[in-house]
Design a protein around this ligand. Structure first.
Ligand code: COA
Length: 175
């Protein structure tokens, strides 16, 4: 079943992944506020992502707390999913949360029929860029002057293994 909780063991306590719900929105807004100085998702954006958008908005939960989230948007016009937003709470960084959450999102995207995930990342976002490159993404383009402050966005892509619709891996280890 695609909405079940998947879990992994992190260095500290187990980490679980599930689809985000409307009740998660306050936690998502908090993570957004402490993660991005500009170009933030609003409550309205999150409500749409959680209740209506095609694709997957997922949260990582540790000790009963939402510690990270990511959204992959899927459009009928293209076979690619787009990672449109992704962040981990600062208190929970550098412990493998993002790497594992990204894999869970890719798994969801593949199960939804996506052949690839694409994303844009600020050229100066060294942490996110390192995460994506280590996770198998490759740069295929860029958008100059993409963000509110004029920073260039690098366009990255990762090809996904085709999965039969409805299939997904429910459990995996960080690594
Ligand atoms: C980018 C971000 C999601 C990484 O989250 P995280 O949970 O700390 O990442 P992980 O612990 O899973 O790290 C996975 C890999 O990413 C890279 N990485 C993560 N943080 C890094 C940092 N501060 N500096 C350099 N590389 C980093 C490393 O390669 C790391 O692997 P390693 O620990 O084996 O070296 C997090 O820093 C964040 O939320 N930043 C603010 C929001 C943001 O920039 N989102 C992305 C928008 S495109």
């Amino acid at each position: 079943m695609r909405h079940e909780i998947a879990s992994v063991h992190c260095a500290a306590t187990p980490l679980a992944f599930r689809r985000a719900a409307a009740t998660d929105i306050p936690a998502l807004l908090l993570i957004e506020a402490v993660s991005f100085p500009t170009d933030r998702m609003t409550a309205r954006n999150f409500r749409y992502a959680v209740t209506q958008a095609k694709g997957a908005c997922m949260v990582a939960v540790q000790d009963g707390r939402v510690v990270g989230y990511g959204q992959i948007a899927v459009h009928a016009r293209t076979p690619n999913g787009r990672l449109s937003s992704f962040a981990v709470h600062p208190d929970n960084r550098r412990s493998g949360v993002a790497r594992a959450l990204l894999r869970a999102l890719e798994d969801e995207a593949a199960a939804l029929g996506c052949g690839a995930v694409r994303l844009e990342v600020r050229r100066d976002n060294t942490a996110a860029l390192a995460l994506y490159l280590r996770s198998g993404y490759v740069q295929f383009g860029q958008y100059p002057d993409y963000y509110e402050d004029g920073m260039t966005a690098l366009r990255l892509e990762k090809r996904l293994q085709k999965q039969p619709k409805g299939a997904r891996t429910s459990c995996f280890d960080i690594g």
